[in-house]
Ligand binder design. Structure first.
Ligand code: 77M
Ligand code: MG
Length: 221
């Protein structure tokens, strides 16, 4: 049978990227998506914003929802020390299989814990499964209509601490309107929008950075 797009992306990484060099893996994927086939990686433009938010947060615990081919996992973990706890969830087993190989090609397999399953099922088990109390940084890049239920679930499970940062991809395209309304109206979050473009295109998109202010109640009316 024909190869899948993720498999063709992985092939481009194996051919064009230097083993153990995360920057060459990122460049190989961006080149593939710019010149061969579009794929839903956060990309180089939004990726640079992701890099800056990660560096200013310098988290010791990181959760990513939506691994896809591992592009953002490599982007994030190439910036952080080996002691960082990094957990990434992917519900699609075919994507997960490709992501494991991309992450391995980058030489980051010892720093990344990729878990297959649904975020709604796995988030409540984070503390028990991984001994993680709270996440300093969370990257949302999975199903867009799961952003709102999942940030509520993170709050309810006590997995966010004062100062925790949640960065959400695609808040304009494909869009996450209910999520934006929630984080922008909640007194428990301080949010700001980073204007950018849909990966490898000129379509408007952006990232929303929401900092958790602590366990308060009441909504801004
Ligand atoms: O793909 C999934 C769910 S996770 C991917 C979420 N990410 C996106 O959907 C996503 C989408 C776009 C985008 C796509 C088309 C456009 F025209 C414009 C934008 C861009 C992004 O940056 C994204 O992150 C999944 C598929 C099958 C399964 O069987 C399963 O189990 C899971
Ligand atoms: Mg995305």
């Amino acid at each position: 049978t024909r190869t899948s797009r993720p498999q063709r992306l992985l092939q481009a990484v194996c051919i064009n990227a230097v083993r153990g060099n995360p920057d060459s893996v990122i460049a190989a994927i961006d080149h593939f998506c710019q010149n061969q086939e579009w794929a839903m990686n956060v990309g180089d433009e939004k990726g640079a914003i992701l890099d800056s938010v990660v560096m200013e947060t310098s988290p010791s615990t990181v959760l990513e929802l939506g691994t896809y081919c591992g592009y953002s996992a490599v982007r994030i973990m190439r910036l952080l020390p080996p002691a960082t706890r990094f957990i990434t969830l992917e519900m699609n087993p075919d994507y997960a299989a490709v992501a494991r190989q991309v992450i391995q090609h980058a030489g980051l397999q010892d720093k990344v814990c990729l878990v297959e399953g649904k975020s709604a099922d796995l988030i409540p088990k984070m503390a028990d499964m991984f001994g993680i109390r709270t996440f300093d940084f969370v990257f949302f890049d999975h199903w867009k209509d799961c952003y709102l239920p999942d940030i509520r679930l993170l709050e309810d499970c006590g997995l966010l601490d004062q100062g925790s940062v949640v960065l959400a991809d695609n808040v304009l395209c494909p869009g996450a309107p209910e999520y934006l309304d929630y984080v922008r109206s909640s007194l428990r979050f301080s949010s700001r929008f980073y204007r950018s473009h849909l990966e490898y295109t000129r379509v408007l998109d952006g990232l929303e950075r929401s900092e958790y202010l602590g366990h308060r109640d009441a909504q801004r009316d």
